[in-house]
Design a protein around this ligand. Structure first.
Ligand code: NAG
Ligand code: NAG
Ligand code: NAG
Length: 146
């Protein structure tokens, strides 16, 4: 929690647009990781979503107008899809399918435009074993400090 607030503070200082989401779900389910490209990065040239911060596995890669499955971590192959394949209006929300306990953790997406890039969303995903009772939540906050 402390780390999250520190991070939020840093991001508020550095960024113009950032979204932070907390989600709770179960093994075997599909989940949508919400992410939106800010207007000042449209059109964008790339998008990279990774596990973070300890584990930098690439979850999703879009570079030079193509999806790059080659660099994607094998554990995410065929399990990740865009919610809107055309990424219309900069909607780059990802669907992560068939969740496992290993998917527990934090995800971050970074958008690229030429040589500049920016962190635009961070999602903390809590995956529980099937049948375990949990209070399901999905808290999504968008910070827009410009
Ligand atoms: C997850 O998405 C896939 C592909 O759309 C679908 O076949 C599957 O039934 C979904 N699983 C759940 C648990 O909703
Ligand atoms: C992104 O698109 C999905 C469906 O395509 C929609 O459910 C979601 O609300 C959109 N997000 C934004 C921020 O527009
Ligand atoms: C989901 O994952 C489980 C275990 O990893 C696997 O046995 C199963 O075939 C997968 N289902 C789909 C639809 O990919």
């Amino acid at each position: 929690m402390c780390l999250v607030s520190l991070k939020l503070y840093i991001l508020t200082v550095l960024c113009c647009f950032f979204s932070l989401t907390n989600m709770t779900t179960y093994v075997g389910e599909n989940v949508t990781l919400p992410c939106q490209v800010p207007d000042n990065y449209k059109p964008f040239t790339g998008l990279e979503c990774r596990r973070s911060p300890q584990n930098l596995k690439l979850v999703f890669v879009f570079r030079n107008k193509r999806f790059n499955q080659h660099d994607q971590d094998p554990s995410y192959k065929n399990r990740v899809d865009l919610q809107d394949k055309e990424m219309k209006d900069g909607n780059v929300s990802l669907i992560l399918m068939n969740l496992t306990m290993e998917d527990n953790g934090e995800y971050e997406c970074r958008v690229f435009q030429g040589t500049k890039n920016e962190l635009i969303c961070s999602i903390i995903l809590e995956v529980h074993p099937p049948g375990e009772f949990v209070f399901r939540n999905s808290i999504h906050s968008v910070l827009n400090v410009c």
